[in-house]
Write a protein that binds this ligand. Structure first.
Ligand code: AMP
Length: 175
């Protein structure tokens, strides 16, 4: 799960992050994420734990203070760098979901999206477009397709959900 280390202005983001955490736990999906208790990251983790699910955090030691590690995760890995964090998260996860977030979330999303494009993994990469947050990005994807920078056969890799049920459906579809 990739999402903002902040909460965002609108409360809808936190509401939907928590709802997704609950729905995932209720459907026996564990969550791997950055290990922080701040922002949407913390909301997802709290909701999964409250619903009895499993949460694995992966946090670089240099961020430990700034992002404030979540104290009650099922498991937490402390790693030496951002690169190791991202690699560890990719190794542990069976699928990737990006909720609204900032540059960090986009970096993580595009890394796994582009790795799927070049065949480095076959795990689904899902953009959870809460409240139209990613509409502008979807416009850009459309342009990239139209102008030939994303190939037609790669279009299927752009998986978009607008509700937590759709996220669940995309996960099941892939299984
Ligand atoms: P953000 O979406 O910017 O709030 O960041 C969400 C998560 O991505 C946080 O756990 C950040 O530590 C992480 N992050 C921030 N910047 C980067 C980056 N350049 N590369 C990878 N992860 C990052």
């Amino acid at each position: 799960m990739y999402c903002g280390s902040g909460l965002g202005i609108s409360t809808i983001f936190a509401e939907k992050a928590a709802e997704l955490g609950t729905v995932l736990a209720q459907n026996s999906h564990g969550v791997v994420y950055g290990g922080s208790k701040t922002g949407l990251m913390g909301k997802v983790a709290d909701a999964v734990l409250e619903a009895g699910g499993e949460v694995i955090g992966v946090m670089p030691t240099h961020l430990q203070k700034r992002e404030i590690a979540h104290a009650s995760l099922t498991e937490i890995h402390f790693v030496e760098s951002m690169h190791v964090r991202k690699a560890k998260m990719v190794e542990l996860a069976d699928a990737f979901i990006a909720l609204p977030g900032g540059g960090g979330t986009m970096d993580e999303y595009f890394e796994v999206f582009t790795w799927a494009q070049i065949g480095l993994h076959e795990k689904p990469v899902i953009l959870y477009n809460v409240n139209g947050f990613y509409d502008a990005l979807l416009q850009l994807f459309k342009k990239m397709l139209e102008e030939g920078f994303i190939r037609t056969e790669q279009k299927a890799l752009i998986r978009v959900a607008t509700t937590s049920e759709e996220v669940l459906h995309l996960l099941k579809e892939h299984k």
